[in-house]
Design a protein around this ligand. Structure first.
Ligand SMILES: O=P(O)(O)OC[C@H]1O[C@](O)(COP(=O)(O)O)[C@@H](O)[C@@H]1O
Length: 450
């Protein structure tokens, strides 16, 4: 056969497209919805068509990377059509966020669909306790999409009623400020969850209260849309963190506000799936649906996440600790002793440890997952619902541990959506050693300027 002849790829028996739930009516309809012109978006044909390659293609199927969509479909983890549809929409929103974070000139990506119900501009920004943004931090997408950027100068208390709004032409705005589309990113995720038709409620770190989306959505999504945003001016990596629960049908009879709240306050041990997306030199989506933790890297040539780190196992011991050690003098004795000990190579592992701290939780966590060690924030700062639970789920499925210094994170029953706690995540042996020190939770938490 001439070299221009084509074969179906992969061949039957290997991720046969016919066996993928991508061919189910539900997925077909969502694929239709995703045929959006965006450099990062998957083209509809890529989603719907079997792969067609030249017969002379050098890579055998066994060497080809599985895509995220194949993984969540019947050829991979087979999570069921509903979750596959939801994850397909969610990963799409994250690609849009990746494009925005990478290039502020992708301002059109900030356009909020009219039915998203999420976009209310500057005035809707949360006062949910997020670290105070710097001046020029918040940009109104409503102005941005019309070619003008409104910059809100935040007052001391994030009191947006008192904001002074300067209107600047895009051209005169610094790239750094332009990248801070926190609200836009929140609404991109909300829109994608709405469009999936699979979500009952979304609780976001950016919102004071959860958003009820649909009585019939089978899932509850908790999300931190852009963690680490305080560092974004310096192009330091950021991330999105998410957790997915089943909707609690036994709460269906309750008033909307109540069932939205209670569905979002589920214990981490009920997570169905969790993941994060790291926006860095590569965009990496790491996920667990309860069977291992797997990382997919965005292939910009195809717009697809491809499996690059299957079945991650965090090494039982790393030689790295990750903490903001400028807080050393606010730490309790136990934590100081632990750090002093491993720094000197006098701990259970007889080598000197290194310190790494990016101050961007997803980035610090991802490094820990890959290289081992411990990542911690010993003060009451990180959120149980949006950060601690999803990351603990991921690290446990990779053979590591997550705790507040005393108790397994996934065993907590959240009582407040924005509840904060000390967080320690890492390699099993490092975590055991760290927790063997009596006091590692930082009780003094004065609030820090940077
Ligand atoms: O100031 P600290 O204690 O070092 O905290 C830094 C941590 O706070 C975060 O920026 C999250 O804070 P927010 O949830 O308020 O955005 C993490 O990305 C980072 O790991």
């Amino acid at each position: 056969m001439a070299s221009s002849a084509f074969l179906l790829y992969p061949p039957p028996g290997h991720l046969n497209p016919a066996s993928l739930s991508l061919t189910s009516p539900a997925i077909r309809s969502l694929c239709h919805g995703l045929s959006i012109s965006n450099g990062c978006a998957m083209r509809r044909t890529q989603l719907l068509s079997p792969r067609v390659v030249s017969k002379t293609s050098p890579s055998p199927v066994s060497e080809r990377h599985l895509t995220l969509l194949e993984y969540v479909a019947k050829g991979g983890a087979d999570v069921g059509d509903d979750l596959a549809v939801l994850l397909t929409h969610l990963q799409y929103a994250c690609k849009r966020i990746a494009a925005l974070v990478a290039s502020p000139f992708n301002v059109d990506d900030g356009r909020i669909p009219e039915d998203s119900g999420g976009g209310e501009g500057i005035g809707s920004l949360s006062s949910s306790g997020r670290d105070k943004p710097k001046p020029l931090d918040i940009i109104s997408y409503e102005s941005a999409i019309s070619g003008i950027v409104g910059v809100a100068r935040c007052d001391e208390n994030l009191g947006f009623a008192n904001t002074e709004v300067d209107v600047l032409h895009i051209a005169s705005l610094s790239i750094q400020a332009y990248m801070l589309f926190i609200r836009v990113q929140n609404d991109m995720i909300l829109a994608s969850l709405r469009n999936s038709g699979k979500v009952a409620v979304m609780a976001s770190e950016e919102d004071d209260i959860p958003v009820w989306i649909s009585d019939h959505g089978p899932f509850v999504v908790v999300v931190d849309p852009l963690d680490g945003s305080r560092n974004i001016d310096a192009s330091i990596p950021t991330g999105t963190i998410f957790g997915i629960y089943n909707r609690l049908a036994e709460l269906d009879h309750l008033p909307v506000e109540e069932k939205a709240q209670l569905n979002s306050l589920q214990s981490g041990n009920r997570l169905v799936a969790a993941g994060y997306v790291l926006y860095s030199s590569a965009t990496i989506l790491c996920i667990s649906v309860g069977s291992g933790t797997h990382a997919f890297t965005l292939d910009h040539s195809t717009g697809e996440f491809v499996l690059t780190h299957p079945s991650i196992q965090v090494p039982p011991r790393g030689q790295i600790y990750s903490v903001n050690d400028a807080r050393y003098f606010d730490w309790p004795d136990g934590l100081r002793q632990y750090i002093d000990t491993v720094r000197q190579g006098k701990g259970q592992f007889p080598k000197k440890y290194s310190a790494r701290y990016i101050c961007s939780l997803v980035a610090d966590f991802h490094r820990t997952l890959v290289y081992g060690g411990v990542v911690m924030n010993p003060r009451d700062h990180l959120r149980l619902v949006y950060e601690a639970n999803p990351l603990s789920f991921l690290i446990e499925h990779a053979g590591g541990r997550g705790s507040d210094g005393k108790t397994r994170i996934l065993s907590f029953q959240p009582v407040e959506l924005h509840q904060r706690l000390p967080l320690f995540l890492g390699s099993i042996d490092d975590m055991n050693e760290l927790e063997s020190y009596d006091s590692i939770q930082q009780k003094i938490n004065p609030g820090y300027d940077v």
